[in-house]
Design a protein around this ligand. Structure first.
Ligand SMILES: N[C@@H](CCC(=O)N[C@@H](CS)C(=O)NCC(=O)O)C(=O)O
Length: 216
């Protein structure tokens, strides 16, 4: 059965597009856009469209439908899709599965709130709405998790099982939002090298090509 992914590439759906491109799994894509990006809400299916709210009542992208399964939360969706696809991206055993789950929860709770603040307050918000003190607090808060990640990469250069897995995709996508602050990566050289290796993956390049083809 073909899975359906909801969400434009210029959103956290990028994570799922990357993973889907890595697996080669066939999928349908519904480019649901953030409602706030549309001048005319009727122009394109968006996060407040009744048809999308019927899929994900939280009104957030991404979402995934696979037969009777309807799932949201980008990192949980990737863990599911990796296991559905099987192969090296997926956990090879229960212990790897547990570590990949823990990493996803860590990335979402300990890292993303800060990396997203860097993205918002250095890049995405209109200049007049940016608050440099929020960006500075985020940079300070990321020093510890970046050091933890750097140490975790010391042995094999990957996060779980000594190979590229869904755990690398999930974590790399959360860390990507900190790229406007090169100093964080200079202080964590293994994180810098790992992110560059992740971004050299064919699935990442395919996702980015799709993202670049979307209107900004
Ligand atoms: N924790 C959620 C966050 C989802 C989220 O906040 N998505 C944003 C876009 S990246 C969204 O849909 N916001 C609602 C909107 O802009 O209308 C996940 O990772 O899937």
């Amino acid at each position: 059965m073909t899975v359906t992914l909801y969400g434009v590439a210029r959103s956290r759906a990028s994570r799922n597009l990357w993973l889907l491109h890595e697996t080669g799994m066939p999928f349908a894509h519904v480019p649901v856009i953030q409602a706030g990006r549309l001048a005319d809400p009727a122009a394109q299916i968006n996060t407040q469209s009744p048809a999308f709210l019927a899929v994900n009542p939280t009104g957030k992208i991404p979402a995934l439908v696979d037969g009777d399964l309807v799932l949201n939360e980008s990192l949980a969706m990737n863990l599911y899709l990796a296991k559905k696809a099987g192969g090296p991206l997926a956990p090879a055993n229960l212990a790897e599965d547990a570590r990949m789950t823990a990493l996803a929860i860590w990335a979402m709770t300990e890292v993303e709130p800060h990396t997203i603040n860097i993205l918002y307050h250095r890049v995405m918000k209109p200049v007049a709405e940016r608050d440099e003190s929020v960006a500075q607090a985020a940079i300070a808060a990321l020093a510890a998790p970046f050091a933890v990640l750097d140490a975790a990469l010391a042995e094999t250069g990957f996060l779980v099982g000594g190979r590229f897995t869904v755990a690398d995709i999930n974590t790399a996508e959360v860390v990507r939002y900190a790229m406007p602050v090169p100093a964080l990566f200079e202080a964590a050289p293994r994180v810098k090298a790992w992110l560059a290796a992740c971004h050299a993956r064919p699935g990442y390049k395919a996702m980015m090509a799709q993202r670049d083809a979307e209107p900004a």
